[in-house]
Ligand binder design. Sequence first.
Ligand SMILES: NC(=O)c1ccc[n+]([C@@H]2O[C@H](COP(=O)([O-])OP(=O)(O)OC[C@H]3O[C@@H](n4cnc5c(N)ncnc54)[C@H](O)[C@@H]3O)[C@@H](O)[C@H]2O)c1
Length: 315
Amino acid sequence: MDLKFLSEHQINNMLDMKTCIGLMKNVFTAFAEEKIENKLRSVFPVEAGKVFGVMPAVIPTEDVCGAKLITAFHTNHAKGLPSHLGIVAVFSNDDGQLLGICDGTAITAIRTGAVSALATDYMAKKDSHTMCLIGGGVQAVMHLKAITLVRDIKKVTVWCPTLAESEKFCETHKDEYPEIEFIPCEKCEDAVRDADIINTLTPSPVPVLFGKWVKPGAHINAVGACSKTTRELDSECVAKARLFCDNYDSCRNEAGDYLFPLNEGIIGESHIQGDLARVISGKVTARTDNKDITMFESQGLACEDVACAAWLLKQ
Ligand SMILES: NC(=O)c1ccc[n+]([C@@H]2O[C@H](COP(=O)([O-])OP(=O)(O)OC[C@H]3O[C@@H](n4cnc5c(N)ncnc54)[C@H](O)[C@@H]3O)[C@@H](O)[C@H]2O)c1
């Protein structure tokens, strides 16, 4: 078999963020029309701070099925490796043949930022100009790239566990975005207070974002906590927000940000206003006025990965 493999480097040269946002819009539109089969991921603990995930999906509109196999080892930075490593394998729905394999690190990185940008475009106020990045890793880079494509961002505040990391992030990116003022913050609260768009992008198991800091009208992309035992937002923050998910099943089974306040009795099941597919298709209105706090709970879906890989393998 002549197997096609696309490396991280090749993918980064082939797929730009704007194209990826368009691809993700197609995915969630097909989702709204119930044309995609997306199963919950299986997550296997490997050791403390290390998990292995299997994420399958069938996309009839693209005539493909496939799966991402991914490790999330948050200790990897000490070894000079990314925290997320993996592959996405794509098969033909026609004859079941393996069409190819793509690097999963590159796809995970770009599609996550792209989906948050899509959610932001539908949920954040049009005049959102200030953005906060909580976390300064791969997803912070991707969210900066993605959200500046959908809103005219003029100020970015950054909070990381150390001020040195926040300063380094700002220093690294300020020349690429000369129109943006970058502010590294020592306290997370200072980064959040004035932000129109807040992105939580850390593997923290306990809240880093507190509702009392969030101003009326803000939009939150909650991206980092992808298990029922971890959360980045406190219960007050979730309770104050109009909550939207990428997928109901994922949110109800995997999202600590939702499950902690639910189990504490602070919110009920009806607190989820809808999923991104329903928002995009116009079945649900994300924002009812300029004071609403909107929140997009991103768990990351297999269909996002398989759709990206299928597109790449067709090029
Ligand atoms: N929802 C999705 O689809 C999706 C996709 C990819 C990654 N993620 C998750 O998003 C998070 C960020 O991913 P990444 O690729 O940028 O990771 P990364 O390892 O590149 O960066 C992580 C950042 O979080 C900070 N951090 C680490 N531990 C922390 C803690 N306890 N408290 C506060 N900050 C802490 C680090 O200093 C760093 O700035 C991870 O939890 C990852 O699993 C979610």
